[in-house]
Every structure is written in C-alpha cells, then in structure tokens.
Design a protein around this ligand. Structure first.
Ligand SMILES: Cc1ncc(COP(=O)(O)O)c(C=O)c1O
Length: 390
C-alpha cells in the first residue's frame, strides 16, 4: 500500500472511536480469545445474514481453513478464477490440492458459469467463487451449479463486504464465505479475516483448526475461551487477537457510512471518466449494490502493457497512487511451471490484467482530488500517445 503519496491508492478510515476501542482492550488485560472476538463474530454473521462467524488472522487463513474443513487435500481439484488476487489460489496449494483455473468474463471480470461447468471432473472437491472487485454478478449461477453437482461453493468474498445482488448479501451464496480486513478493504482490522456460514459443524471445525486443532468444549463461548488444551485434529494458529477484533467491531458499526462514501467516489470517477476515449470504466449490473473495494479502469485501443505501466508510473510521479490489479494468477511462475500453463491459455484474464489501472479509493477522497486524478490520468495517456506517435 502506498502511504506517502499525497493522494494514496488507499487509506484506512480510522476514527477516535476505533482508537478508543483498541486502547480499551489494551487496558483490559485480555488480548486474545475474549469478548471482542466473540462480538465481532456475532455482528459479522448478523450483518451478512448467516448464523456463524469465525474470526481468523487473515482472509487467506479463512479460505485455507474452509478447504481443510471440507477435507480438500492431495489428489483433489478446486476450481478457482484465473483473474483474482493470488490468495484465492494459494489456499488451494496450502491444502495440497490442485487449482483448476477458469478464465473471466470481459465485462464483469468474474468467471462464467459455463466455463466453470466445463472444468468439473470427478476430482473436483470444491469451487471457489470470487466477487472480483466486490461485484457479485454471476454468483447465483455459481450457487446453482454447486447445488446441481453437489460440489461445495466457497465464496471468496474478501473484496465485497456489504455488497448485494438484488436482496442477497455477498457472503450468502456459498456453503461458507470469507471476508478480509487488510487496510485497503472497506473495513479493516489491520490484518484479519472472517468465515461466515450457516453450517455449525463446519464452523466448529474451523474454530478448532484456527486454534491448533484444540477441542471445543463449550460452543456457547464460540470455541474461544472454551477450547481445551487437548487437540482433536491438526490445526494452525490462525487466531484473531482482541485488539484486531475490537477494531473490527468499531469499524463494522460504520460500514454503511463507509460504503456510501466509497460509492460517491466511484460515481464521481464514472462521471468524470466515462467519456474518455480508450478507457473502459467498470460496468455494474443494475441489480447490484456495490460495496466499492477498488475503482479499476482498463485501457483500450492502442495501449500496450508497457504503456499502461508508464501511465501508472506517471501518476505516481504526480503523487497519485495507482496500481496494476491483478496479474492473471496462472501466469505466476510457480503456477505456470507446476501446471504447464502457456501464455494464451487464459486469454481474457491475461489481456485484462495487462490493461488495468486501479485508482485511489478511500473515505475522505474529495471531489477536487478525484478530478485531479482523472485529469492527470488523461494527461498521462495523452503524453504516452504523443511519445509513440513521434
Ligand atoms: C479476492 C481476495 N481473496 C483473498 C484475499 C486474502 O486476504 P488476506 O490478505 O487477508 O489474506 C484478498 C485480499 O486482498 C482478496 O482480495
């Protein structure tokens, strides 16, 4: 994350109440496995509309635990998007299974259900569905596919907290979903993640495994203070501390306000940039209530990847945070070499990933600043064209 730019790519929204919530925990003497974690779990589950919340140390930890709890392991395949943040695939490797990548739709940037169906084999043990940049379009179709083949859908909802598709909240489409709270997310705990589900057994397995596989002796205390020292399975230390959880509770109470601010930023970008030639702005289905995570535009027309990188550099030189979200996951060398992936195997994800520019998105970004970002982007694009037309 860029923090020293005048207009950074992202900036957490930290209030005095947030600071008080964390210092109260420090004064309490109870720093882990306590009431803040339980409150955050309950409030997150309630917000999404699920019965169980399991707080963990990161979104990746949550995804990994779910795969382990669903008994995914060596010999299994898990279908996952080629266009996403790398953690969506890393967790499959951590579980010892094979990620089976699916290309994305050029408009929504999410996977298409027919492409997912085409990759199902007798080894498919789970499907990871991602709301890319927080867009839930296509999740209902993925849920129906998961039901048809009786293959569990894990929702990697790390980018979409608060978003909806019609009346359905992000986090309610899969057997379980995972949210993440890195500082660029809609709400942050510094680091952290949350599993939500209606499946109590699955939640309990995750509660045990996040805490070294220790036995849960009393569910009334959500497996936190109630875990015993004996272990019933292999586990990890994926716990969320009380400090992180208290920050999460405080941040969650402002989610609607945060979403409104971010939506205003996105609307202003769309208004300013829609008419710019050679630029594709996000297309959002009218059925979708976006919880904006990032605002990502794409270059069209004559621009190459090098041009895109030069434009990003130009923005940064002007003290504006910008980034390339995301490289297509199968093009990373460890995946490419291990699975014999060739350039062109995921043509849409590869092409999109060569053309994206993420622009600053955070609460407090002013209209004047947004206009400055847009003008500078336009200037950098024009400069780039002139240089190449010479
Ligand atoms: C789609 C997606 N999946 C998973 C993660 C992983 O979350 P974390 O960084 O908390 O492990 C992220 C976080 O950026 C993400 O965007």
């Amino acid at each position: 994350m860029s923090t020293n730019q005048v207009i950074p790519l992202s900036r957490p929204d930290i209030s005095d109440d947030d600071i008080r919530a964390v210092t109260d925990v420090l004064r309490s003497g109870r720093l882990s496995l306590g009431p803040s974690m339980e409150a955050f779990e309950e409030q997150m589950a309630a917000r999404v509309g699920r019965s169980e919340g399991v707080a963990v140390s990161s979104g990746t930890a949550g995804l990994h635990l779910l795969l382990e709890a669903l008994d995914v392991g060596p010999g299994d395949e898990v279908i996952t998007p080629a266009f996403s943040f790398v953690a969506s695939a890393n967790c499959i490797e951590h579980a010892g299974a094979k990620p089976v990548f699916v290309d994305c739709d050029p408009t929504t940037l999410n996977v298409r259900v027919e492409d997912v169906e085409a990759k199902i084999t007798e080894r498919t043990k789970a499907i990871i569905g991602v709301e890319v940049f927080g867009n839930p379009t296509g999740m209902r179709e993925l849920a129906a596919l998961s039901a048809k083949y009786e293959i569990p859908l894990i929702e990697d909802a790390c980018e979409g907290l608060g978003g909806r598709l019609g009346n359905d909240a992000i986090g309610t489409f899969g057997r379980a979903a995972v949210f993440a709270f890195y500082p660029n997310k809609q709400i942050t705990t510094g680091e952290g993640g949350m599993i939500v589900t209606d499946d109590t057994r699955l939640a309990d397995a995750c509660r045990s495994m996040r805490n070294h596989g220790r036995t849960i002796s009393n569910r009334a205390v959500t497996g936190a203070v109630g875990t015993r020292l004996d272990a019933e399975r292999l586990g990890w230390n994926y716990r969320m501390s009380e400090l992180h959880a208290a920050l999460g509770v405080s941040q969650l109470s402002r989610l609607d306000t945060i979403m409104e601010h971010r939506a205003r930023v996105a609307d202003t970008y769309t208004r300013e940039l829609s008419s710019m030639s050679d630029l594709i702005v996000p297309t959002i289905d009218p059925n979708v209530t976006m919880s904006w995570f990032v605002y990502v535009v794409r270059l069209s027309g004559p621009y190459t990847t090098e041009d895109r990188d030069e434009i990003i550099e130009g923005l940064r030189r002007h003290d504006i945070g910008a980034a390339h979200y995301f490289p297509a996951i199968p093009t990373f060398p460890h995946f490419r070499d291990k699975y014999g992936i060739r350039a062109g195997d995921f043509p849409v994800a590869e092409s999109v990933s060569q053309r994206t520019i993420a622009l600053p998105m955070f609460v407090g970004l002013t209209e004047v600043e947004i206009k400055l970002v847009c003008q500078t982007l336009g200037l950098m694009m024009t400069r780039n064209r002139f240089r190449h037309d010479d």
